[in-house]
Each structure stands twice: as structure tokens, then as C-alpha cells.
Design a protein around this ligand. Sequence first.
Ligand code: CU
Length: 118
Amino acid sequence: MKLIPITFAGTLVAFAFTVQAEDMPGMKMDDMQGMQMQAATQQAPAANAEGTIKAIDAAKYTVTVTIAHGAVPALQWPPMTMGFAATQEQLAGLAVGDRVKFSFRMEGSKAMLVSISK
Ligand SMILES: [Cu+2]
């Protein structure tokens, strides 16, 4: 008969501990979501890179410049060839084969050219 209340009390303590343990990660999740929302409203910083222009595709409204670029330490990117959204003005005087220095900003999964020069 004595064992029953002790076991019951032990269960209550364990239950209380479980509830507390679940509350703490829950609070951290909220903090992280808050931080992500804050990060999403702030503009991503521009990253710098160097590379060689491989192609310039001018569609009606958007221009894509394909650049074989070196590593981008700021984003932990390896060297690769990829497209950047650009404007005709940004690419004025530039051509395929040009060695360029440029900066860009990620907007979602799209890389937007911020500046570019030979
Ligand atoms: Cu890239």
C-alpha cells in the first residue's frame, strides 16, 4: 500500500518534468521563427565574386548573365557557372569572355546582380 502513493508521486514529477522539457524547445522555436521573419524582412547583404562571362541572354523584360565564378566565401559557395538576373544598363560594355568582378544579392533562390565591372 505504501508503494502506490510513491509511484504515483514519481509519475507526477516525471509528467511535470516532461511538460517543462517540451516548453523550452517550444520557446526556442518561436524565437527562431521570429529571427527568420526578421531576416526575411531585411535585405540580404551583397556578396562579392570574380568570374568570366559565359553568356548574356536578353529576354524582353529580364536579362540573364551567365558567369563562371570563383568561390564565394560569404555564402560558402564553391566555384560554379550560374545565371544572374541583370539589367541592360549593368551589362553595357560587357561581352562574353570578359573577366569581371561583381557583387550580387540572393532574393529567394534568385541571384540578382548588384554591380559588375571588368
Ligand atoms: Cu554560383
